[in-house]
Design a protein. Structure first.
Length: 122
């Protein structure tokens, strides 16, 4: 699972997190007013990421593409001490190597953790 750090900036049935590396994550994990400003880790699995032309949860330069039959794994270059990111996209996509790719995910597939615990189960 990819883990990105950020701060809760919108609460309610859909939670919005401003990510430290830029971007906004939207999660279907509900939060309360007291959660605003909470530092969290946003978890998203490589297979739950998809390309987007719009607002991105993550945008980065692809370092390596790995074709695995019907899918391609994208390994992104680290920026500073930022997290390693991996995405799994359908199809064979060698043309994405060295390109900037913007990714998003369905809010139902975006997990939130604080203090080592999922916010879904508190």
């Amino acid at each position: 699972m990819n883990l990105l750090e950020g701060e809760v900036v919108g609460v309610g049935a859909e939670t919005m997190v401003r990510l430290d590396g830029g971007g906004i994550a939207r999660s279907a994990v509900p939060t309360q007013a007291a959660d605003k400003g909470l530092r969290v880790k946003v978890g998203v699995r490589p297979e739950d990421l998809r390309e987007t032309p719009g607002d991105a949860l993550y945008a980065g330069v692809v370092d390596i593409t790995e074709a695995l039959g019907e899918v391609t794994l994208l390994y992104f270059k680290r920026v500073g001490d930022g997290p390693a990111m991996v995405a799994k996209l359908p199809g064979i996509r060698p043309e994405l190597r060295h390109q900037t790719v913007k990714l998003t995910a369905d809010p139902a597939k975006v997990h939130l953790f604080a203090g080592g615990t999922s916010l879904l189960y508190r």
